[in-house]
Write a protein that binds this ligand. Structure first.
Ligand code: PLP
Length: 441
């Protein structure tokens, strides 16, 4: 099937001549696992087909959006009829209203505004939080990713309550010197910074249940504690559900704790699943806060393609199809895959920790010299991985036709289209891949 120089390899070579690293988002470049990305020609259900005709069970799911699997016939139909009516008007449309109603129905937000990417959603939520509170400081956690917003591409300063430093060249210190970065799941750290800076904090932003350092769930009551701490200090609690929204549960990450415990974030951000595979994202929250956005309020925010009729149609169709039964099916497939993975790794003697949050899970290939099998609580724990083990495992799986995320810090995204055949294909590949991982220790 694979010619001496595959079409994928040739495309990657050409891509690298016209695009930095040959990719349009860095993790796609396989830098963390070695080798080169596969160029995909088409996808259907749980399966990807690359330009050389190789097939893979997809456990990336476009990094989250493809909850229903690829090319779901009803989603494709809805997109095609939307496209045929024109792709953008710059004036309001019905699908925006319907999707907004769906978001308001599933989450505690009262008002929502659409944008085009998760990054835009968190950036806008932070501007609104600063505008609404008249304060400047933003608190975030190490290992939580909120898109490539300057103020959030920050690394912890030298001490707990000291302000952050830029996490990348190109971000000026003036963009991060109002950001505080804390270890996740650390109540004492949160208490300390609020005691010292509480009256300056506009908002604390966190992933509802972090998935961008692998799955690192909040310890019981942690989100509620954050909500209460923010409230006590007049700061806003911003829950970033770009990954978890309509994915971890029907009600997102909030469905894992907030819904039962009876608290709600002041602002929330969404993306990925709610765009149904097209560029759509959103931020929303309390009506009084959202009213402070232009045109009703003074906080400026806008977007030429915001609420795009094709993207909102894709998202709306996806969410309407995402019934309880879909989450059950998705959850069952995820459970089967993570249980079998853990069993295969144990059989091969590979130290690991598997963590879950609703239908999301990830596997940490532990470095036994640095830590034992205890739960991964924060970014330091997540970083204590034996990365060569994941790289070996990843490539053995890829060779066997299973496309995992090309990084050890990612959720393995399962879809409702991962049926018995697709799951069976993953399970069959595990023993060889687990032995390949074991050989790296
Ligand atoms: C993916 C992600 C973002 C950024 O979304 P983009 O659409 O890639 O800009 C923000 N927050 C979280 C939690 C994410 O997982």
């Amino acid at each position: 099937m694979t010619a001496s120089v595959s079409r994928s390899a040739d495309l990657f070579r050409r891509a690298s001549e016209v695009t930095p690293g040959g990719v349009n988002s860095p993790v796609r470049a396989f830098g963390a696992v070695g080798g080169r990305p596969r160029f995909i020609a088409s996808a259907q259900g749980a399966w990807l087909t690359d330009v050389d005709g190789n097939e893979y069970v997809d456990l990336v799911g476009s990094w989250g959006p493809m909850l229903l699997g690829h090319a779901h016939p009803e989603v494709i139909d809805a997109i095609q009829s939307a496209v045929a009516r024109g792709t953008s008007y710059g004036t309001p449309t019905e699908p925006e209203v319907l999707l907004a109603e769906e978001l308001v129905a599933r989450t505690p937000i009262e008002r929502v505004r659409f944008v085009s990417s998760g990054t835009e959603a968190t950036m806008s939520a932070i501007r609104l939080a600063r505008g609404a509170t008249g304060r400047d400081v933003v608190v975030k956690f190490a290992g939580c990713y909120h898109g490539h917003v300057d103020a959030l591409l920050a690394s912890a300063g030298s001490g707990l309550a000291t302000f952050a430093v830029p996490g990348t060249p190109g971000v000026p210190t003036s963009a991060t010197d109002l950001t505080l970065v804390l270890p996740y799941n650390d109540r004492a750290a949160v208490e300390k910074v609020f005691a010292e800076h509480g009256d300056r904090v506009a908002c604390l932003i966190t992933e509802a249940t972090p998935g961008n350092m692998g799955v690192v769930p909040p310890e019981p009551g942690f989100n509620q504690f954050l909500a209460e701490t923010c409230r006590a200090h007049g700061a806003l609690f911003v829950s970033d559900e770009v990954m978890t929204g309509f994915r971890a549960t029907r009600h997102g990450g909030w469905g894992l704790d907030g819904r039962q415990e009876g608290w709600a974030p002041d602002l929330m951000t969404f993306g990925k699943v709610m765009g149904g595979g097209l560029p759509a994202a959103a931020f929303g929250g309390r009506a009084d806060l959202m009213a402070q956005l232009s045109p009703t309020g003074l906080v400026y925010q806008a977007g030429t393609l915001s609420g795009n009729p094709v993207a909102t149609t894709a998202g709306l169709t996806t969410l309407r199809l995402a019934t309880d039964e879909v989450y059950d099916r998705l959850g069952a497939a995820a459970t089967t895959i993570r249980t079998a993975t853990s069993e295969a790794l144990t059989a091969a003697g590979v130290p690991h920790v598997v963590q879950t949050a609703g239908t999301m899970f990830s596997v940490f290939f532990t470095d036994p010299a640095r830590r034992g099998p205890e739960p991964v609580r924060d970014f330091d724990d997540a970083s204590a991985q034996h990365l060569p083990a994941y790289a070996a495992f990843f490539h053995a799986m890829l060779d066997a036709g299973v496309h995992l995320p090309p990084s050890a810090y990612e959720v393995w995204f399962v879809s409702a289209a991962h049926d018995e055949r697709a799951v069976g294909h993953v399970l069959d590949a595990l023993p060889v891949a687990a032995r390949a991982a074991a050989a790296t220790y």
